[in-house]
Design a protein around this ligand. Structure first.
Ligand code: NOJ
Length: 527
């Protein structure tokens, strides 16, 4: 693992690759991805030019929310393997020059975690209950009007205690994910132990789940009912203030994480998952003594178009530069529709997703690629009976949830399970028409999406540094300069002139001297 030629730490411009372990590669034939499957496919990531992995949770979990309900954060769930499998994976990734970062989930535990089981067995007011957020209700109603992210109220009532009282506990997500009380010193102490456990094993950093959620405002005030209604209508990042998130006191928690990271050699890092719509407030998470990176979700939220993309890039660069942090560009993850689908599916969706990838991979900062996006996979329309995301049940079958972007990765062959597993009974069914999307098929096609990603990550190394300057462009296009490279992206239908120079890479076939609709090009220009 070589350090950057500049003095910037490795993560400042790294290509991170998110592995959703259930869906990457199944090594033991049970239909679910696992650590030995991942290890045996590291070669794909080397070819792809990946610098670091982010592994979504593989810890002991009843899997009520795909592993984001953690029952033991210091052990591997048997579904995914063993701690020894993890150590082997880490050693092999490091030997191949790939760093490994793992998820931590500090906002909540699983309801099967021993702490929560002890809390249920203990009385109201006990130290066991004080690790979580237990409160009395208002008559038969919950303590406040907060909704859960997955639908329904954010409170669940527990069985009556022997003294006749009956409390409610807070869960911003599913009832199987009780929120921890970070004002209780036992909680940060436990998380310090968790961080050290993985750092001591050699991980290079963490992705902090719900980094904007751990601190709750004093008194847990009601939300504006208009906001509750907007959220019920599916608005994801409403502009109104939402008391469930981004409380000022969360920053002290991140300073604590940073102190632990900095006590280890080797530039260990953390990236925060903070869905904070206000740029200045988002930037606060990456002040010099807090997290190293925070996802810039504005790009993933941007509709296909020059203005939305331009505004997302501009706002993110400005906000991060205020605090001296690099951007972390995101186009996909396990919680959002895949780019191909967001941009319209079919041929349009594929063309636009390829162009968007060339935008993402040309920007200064770190990038995160979600497994399968390098193949141009679309979301899958799954039958009701296959859905596993808790959102589906919690919303009373009105929101289908995130399974469509979690279908296993196809590796080879022409029929399901496409080399992902030895059984066709994969944890989510794989479509019959994915033969063209397998890694093997795309590796053999010079114009495939995989070939485009491989070329882009290779060329990206030439775009070192943080320089970025907008250039004039027609209304439906964007153009900017990075290093000696000019990037032109045509979001509209009329062709856009190519600048003079050597075309290094294009997301689709170019016209004579022009970039056609929904296409991006990287051109080496002088001056
Ligand atoms: C964010 C994770 O990315 C998502 O998958 C999960 O459901 C929630 N946090 C709760 O942990």
């Amino acid at each position: 693992m070589t350090e950057n030629a500049s003095s910037a730490p490795w993560w400042a411009s790294a290509v991170f690759y998110q592995v959703y372990p259930r869906s990457f590669a199944d090594g033991n034939g049970d239909g679910t991805g696992d650590l030995i499957g991942l290890r045996s496919h590291l070669g794909h990531l080397v070819e792809l030019g990946v610098d670091a992995l982010w592994l979504s949770p593989f810890y002991r979990s009843p899997m009520a929310d795909g592993g984001y309900d953690v029952a033991d954060p210091c052990d591997v769930d048997p579904l995914f393997g063993t701690l020894a499998d993890f150590d082997d994976l880490l050693a092999e990734a490091h030997a191949l020059g790939i760093r490994v970062t793992v998820d931590i989930v500090p906002n909540h535990f699983s309801d099967q975690h021993p702490w929560f089981q002890q809390a249920l067995a203990a009385a109201p007011g006990s130290p066991e209950r004080a690790r979580f957020i237990f409160r009395s209700g208002q008559g038969d109603q919950p303590p406040n009007n907060w909704p859960s992210v997955f639908g329904g109220p954010a409170w669940t009532r527990v069985a009556d205690a022997p003294d006749g009282s009956s409390q409610w506990f807070l869960h911003l997500f599913a009832p199987e994910q009780p929120d921890l009380d970070w004002t209780n010193p036992e909680v940060p102490a436990e998380y310090e132990r968790v961080l050290r456990f993985w750092l001591d094993r050699g991980v290079d950093g963490f992705r902090i789940d719900v980094a904007h959620g751990m601190a709750k405002p004093a008194g847990l005030p009601d939300m504006d009912p208009a906001l509750v209604a907007a959220l019920a209508d599916g608005v994801h990042m409403p502009s109104a203030v939402d008391p469930r998130w981004d409380d000022d006191s969360v920053h002290e928690i991140h300073r604590g994480f940073r102190r632990v990271l900095d006590s280890y050699p080797g530039a260990r890092m953390a990236v925060g998952e903070a869905w904070v719509p206000d740029d200045a407030r988002l930037a606060a998470y990456v002040r010099p003594d807090e997290l190293n990176l925070t996802f810039n979700f504005e790009l993933v939220e941007a509709a296909w178009g020059a203005r939305p993309f331009g505004a997302a890039i501009e706002a993110s660069l400005a906000a991060m530069s205020e605090v001296g942090a690099p951007c972390s560009w995101v186009l996909g993850n396990h919680d959002v529709d895949r780019p191909v689908t967001r941009y319209g599916d079919g041929a349009d969706g594929v063309r636009r997703a390829r162009a968007a990838a060339l935008v993402q991979l040309s920007l200064p900062g770190a990038v995160y690629i979600y497994n399968g996006d390098e193949l141009g996979l679309p979301n899958v329309e799954l039958p009701d009976s296959a859905l596993q995301d808790p959102t589906w049940e919690r919303s009373g079958h009105t929101m289908r949830g995130r399974d469509g972007e979690r279908v296993p990765v196809p590796w080879s062959g022409t029929t399901p399970p496409y080399g992902f597993s030895t059984t066709a009974s994969t944890w989510l069914p794989m479509p019959d028409d994915w033969a063209e999307f397998t890694v093997a098929a795309e590796a053999a096609q010079p114009d495939s999406t995989l070939a485009l990603f491989r070329a882009a990550t290779r060329l990206r190394r030439e775009l070192d540094g943080t320089d970025f300057a907008w250039l004039d462009a027609p209304e439906d296009a964007l153009s900017y300069r990075r290093g000696g490279v000019t990037v032109v992206v045509n979001f509209g239908s009329a062709p856009v002139a190519l600048p003079e120079g050597e075309v290094l890479l294009a997301s689709g076939a170019l016209l004579e001297g022009a970039v056609p609709a929904d296409t991006a090009a990287w051109v080496r220009t002088s001056g």
